[in-house]
Design a protein around this ligand. Structure first.
Ligand SMILES: *[C@@H]1O[C@H](CO)[C@@H](O)[C@H](O)[C@H]1NC(C)=O
Ligand SMILES: *[C@@H]1O[C@H](CO)[C@@H](O)[C@H](O)[C@H]1NC(C)=O
Ligand SMILES: *[C@@H]1O[C@H](CO)[C@@H](O)[C@H](O)[C@H]1NC(C)=O
Ligand SMILES: *[C@@H]1O[C@H](CO)[C@@H](O)[C@H](O)[C@H]1NC(C)=O
Ligand SMILES: *[C@@H]1O[C@H](CO)[C@@H](O)[C@H](O)[C@H]1NC(C)=O
Ligand SMILES: *[C@@H]1O[C@H](CO)[C@@H](O)[C@H](O)[C@H]1NC(C)=O
Ligand SMILES: *[C@@H]1O[C@H](CO)[C@@H](O)[C@H](O)[C@H]1NC(C)=O
Ligand SMILES: *[C@@H]1O[C@H](CO)[C@@H](O)[C@H](O)[C@H]1NC(C)=O
Length: 497
C-alpha cells in the first residue's frame, strides 16, 4: 500500500490543490456584440497582459477558442438561447457540437464551464422548457467523452428569477418560474454545478435611486443595512443580492449549490438620465469589487465562502441595443486602451494598469513588503512565499546574509522580491494580498543581495505548476474554503486508495 498510497496522495493532493484549493476568483466577460473589436488573438493577449485568469464567452467561436489555447486562461463558454431548441431535441446535436466545436481545442484551451442558455426568464420568447433538456444532453455528451467531471454544465439567470430580494433572508424565487427552476436546481445539485446569476447593483440604483444609496451600490457605504430577520449587517448591495439567492436556494432546501456571479459591472457612460454611469463610478465599483472578492471575505450569510465573479465586460460593444449605457460596460475601448484605470490584482493603487500597450520596459523594479501591513498578514505571506510559493528562503535564516534585521518586514521583503523576480516581475507577482509594493530602488544592503529579473532562474521546475496557478492573491487567508479544500483532499485520497 505504502508507495501506491503515497503516489496517489501526491497526485491527489496536487489535483486537489489546483482544483479546490483556490480562493475567490475574478474573471471577465468577453462579449463580442460589436463591429470594431480587435481580433480574438489580440483580445487574448490583452487578457493575459492584465493577468486575468478567467474569461466568459457567450458562444463557442472557434477563433476565440483557438486564441485562448495554451494561455492557461480558464474559459466559460456558452450555448446561445437560439440553439436551445436543437440541443434539447436531439442528443446527437449536442454530441456533434462537442465533437466538432470543442474537442479539437480541448484541453489546450482550458474549458471549465458551459452555460446552456442565458437569462432565459428575461427573453421575450419562452425558452425555459428547453433549458434543462438541453443541459442534460450537453452533460450526456460530456459523459461519453469522459469530461463531465472537468467541465461543469449550468445556465445563467438574471436577478429577476427572484420575486423578492430584500431583506436577503426573505429571498425567494418567483413562483411563476417554478416549473423551470425545480428540475434545474435538481440538476445542479446532482451534478455539483453552480447556480449562475448576473447581478447588477447599477440597475437597482438606477431604477430606484430613492431607496438605494449610490455609496451602498458602490461598496463605499459608511453605514450598514441590517437584515431584520438575521441581524446581519450589509455594507454593500452585491453581498445582499448574492445572499438573497442563497436564502432563496435554502428555502427550497438546496443547501449544497454554490453561487457564481457570471456578470456584474458598472457602465462608464450612459444617456443623460443615467447620471450614475460615469468613469469614476465604474472605476470605483470595479476596484472595490475586486478588492472585496480577492479579500476572501465572503458575504454576511456565508462569511469566508469563496466568491467567483466575472466582470462585465472586456470591451465596449457598439452593437448592443438599448440605452447608451448598454454600449459602455467595457474596461477597454476597441483600440485596447483603457476606459479607466483598473488594478486587476486588487492590491491598491489604481494607477498600475493604464495603457494596454505596456511595452516591456527595461526599468528594473523590486518587490518589498509594505511596512504598513499587519504583522499577521506579513507572516502569512512570508510563510506562503517560502512554502507553496517556492522561494528559496535560506538567506533569511539565522547567520545568513539577510537574517539581520531580524524582523518580519525585512524577511518578507526578501522573500516577496524573490517570488516576484522568479514569476515574471508582473504586478500580480507582487500582490501578496496587498502587502507587497513595487519599488525602483535596489533594496540590497551589505551582503544581502536582492535578486533582479533573470538573475536566478533556477526555480525547482517540479513544483512550478502550483506556484504559477496559485497566485498569492488567492492564497492569503484561511477562510472556509481552505477547510473544504483540505477535507476535499482527504476525501479524494480516501476514495482513491
Ligand atoms: C414558459 O413555458 C412553460 C411551458 O412551456 C410554462 O410552464 C411557463 O409558465 C412559461 N413561462 C412564462 C413566463 O410564460
Ligand atoms: C414573476 O414572474 C412573472 C412572469 O415573468 C411576472 O409577471 C411577475 O411580475 C413576477 N413577479 C414578481 C413578484 O416579480
Ligand atoms: C421604495 O421603498 C418603498 C418602501 O419600502 C416602496 O414602497 C417603494 O415601492 C420602493 N420604490 C421603488 C422604486 O422600488
Ligand atoms: C477584508 O477582510 C477583513 C477581515 O476579514 C475585513 O475586516 C475587511 O473589511 C475586508 N476588506 C474588504 C475590502 O472586503
Ligand atoms: C499601441 O501599439 C500599437 C502598435 O504596437 C500602436 O500603433 C498604438 O498607437 C499604440 N497605442 C498606444 C495607446 O500607445
Ligand atoms: C532599454 O534597453 C534598450 C536596449 O536594450 C536601450 O537602448 C534603452 O536605453 C533602455 N531603456 C532604458 C530606460 O533603460
Ligand atoms: C541561484 O540560486 C542558487 C540556489 O537556489 C544559488 O546557489 C545561486 O547562488 C543563485 N545564483 C544567483 C546569481 O543568485
Ligand atoms: C523533480 O522530482 C524528481 C523526482 O522526485 C527529482 O528526481 C528531481 O530532482 C526533481 N527536480 C527537478 C528540477 O526535476
Amino acid at each position: 500500500m505504502a508507495s501506491g498510497f503515497r503516489l496517489i496522495f501526491a497526485t491527489s493532493l496536487l489535483l486537489a490543490l489546483l482544483d479546490l484549493c483556490r480562493g475567490s476568483t475574478i474573471g471577465i466577460c468577453y462579449g463580442r456584440n460589436a463591429d470594431d473589436l480587435p481580433t480574438p488573438d489580440k483580445a487574448a493577449q490583452l487578457v493575459q497582459l492584465h493577468n486575468i485568469k478567467y474569461v466568459r464567452i457567450y458562444d463557442s467561436n472557434i477563433q476565440v477558442l483557438k486564441a485562448f489555447g495554451n494561455t492557461g486562461v480558464e474559459l466559460m463558454i456558452g450555448v446561445p438561447n437560439s440553439d436551445l431548441l436543437a440541443f434539447s431535441q436531439y442528443q446527437s446535436n449536442a454530441d456533434t457540437w462537442l465533437k466538432n466545436s470543442i474537442l479539437p481545442y480541448y484541453p489546450a484551451t482550458k474549458i471549465t464551464h458551459i452555460t446552456v442558455g442565458a437569462e432565459v426568464t428575461e427573453s421575450p420568447s419562452n425558452f425555459s422548457a428547453q433549458v434543462v433538456p438541453a443541459m442534460r444532453n450537453v452533460l450526456t455528451a460530456l459523459k461519453k467523452v469522459g469530461l463531465s467531471k472537468k467541465i461543469k454544465v449550468s445556465t445563467t439567470h438574471s436577478l429577476g428569477v427572484l420575486s423578492r430580494s430584500f431583506p436577503p433572508s426573505a429571498g425567494a424565487f418567483n413562483s411563476s418560474h417554478a416549473s423551470f427552476l425545480k428540475p434545474l436546481l435538481e440538476f445542479l445539485a446532482e451534478n455539483q454545478s453552480p447556480f449562475m446569476v448576473d447581478i447588477y447593483p447599477y440597475y437597482a440604483y438606477r431604477d430606484s435611486p430613492s431607496n438605494v444609496t449610490l455609496d451602498y451600490a458602490l461598496f463605499e457605504s459608511s453605514s450598514d443595512v441590517i437584515d431584520p430577520n438575521t441581524g446581519l449587517l450589509y455594507t454593500n448591495m452585491l453581498d445582499a443580492q448574492i445572499d438573497a439567492i442563497y436564502y432563496a436556494l435554502m428555502a427550497l432546501n438546496f443547501k449544497t449549490i454554490k453561487i457564481m456571479v457570471t456578470e456584474t459591472g458598472w457602465p462608464s457612460k450612459g444617456s443623460p438620465k443615467e447620471t450614475a454611469a460615469t468613469p469614476d463610478n465604474a472605476q470605483t465599483y470595479n476596484t472595490n469589487l475586486i478588492r472585496h472578492v480577492i479579500n476572501d471575505t465572503g458575504t454576511p450569510a456565508k462569511p469566508g465562502e469563496r466568491l467567483d465573479i466575472y466582470i462585465f465586460s472586456l470591451f465596449n460593444e457598439n452593437r448592443k441595443p438599448g440605452l447608451d449605457s448598454e454600449r459602455n460596460w467595457g474596461l477597454f475601448y476597441p483600440d485596447q486602451t483603457s476606459v479607466y484605470n483598473l488594478d486587476f490584482t486588487g492590491k491598491g493603487s489604481a494607477d498600475v494598469i493604464t495603457q494596454a500597450n505596456v511595452t516591456s520596459s527595461n526599468v528594473t523594479t523590486w518587490c518589498i513588503a509594505s511596512s504598513k501591513a499587519s504583522e499577521l498578514d506579513l507572516q502569512n505571506a512570508l510563510d506562503w512565499a517560502c512554502g507553496p510559493g517556492n522561494v528559496d528562503c535560506t538567506a533569511i535564516q539565522p547567520s545568513q546574509p539577510c537574517f539581520e534585521p531580524d524582523n518580519t518586514v525585512a524577511h518578507a521583503s526578501f522573500a516577496f522580491n524573490n517570488y516576484y523576480q522568479q514569476n515574471g516581475a508582473t504586478d500580480v507577482a507582487c500582490s501578496f494580498g496587498g502587502t507587497g509594493i513595487k519599488v525602483d530602488k535596489n533594496p540590497s544592503y551589505d551582503n544581502c543581495i536582492y535578486m533582479t529579473a533573470g538573475s536566478n532562474k533556477t526555480v525547482a521546475s517540479n513544483t512550478t505548476a502550483i506556484s504559477s496557478t496559485s497566485s498569492f492573491a488567492t492564497m492569503n487567508r484561511v477562510p472556509t474554503w481552505v477547510f473544504s479544500c483540505l477535507l476535499g483532499t482527504f476525501m479524494l485520497v480516501l476514495s482513491k486508495s
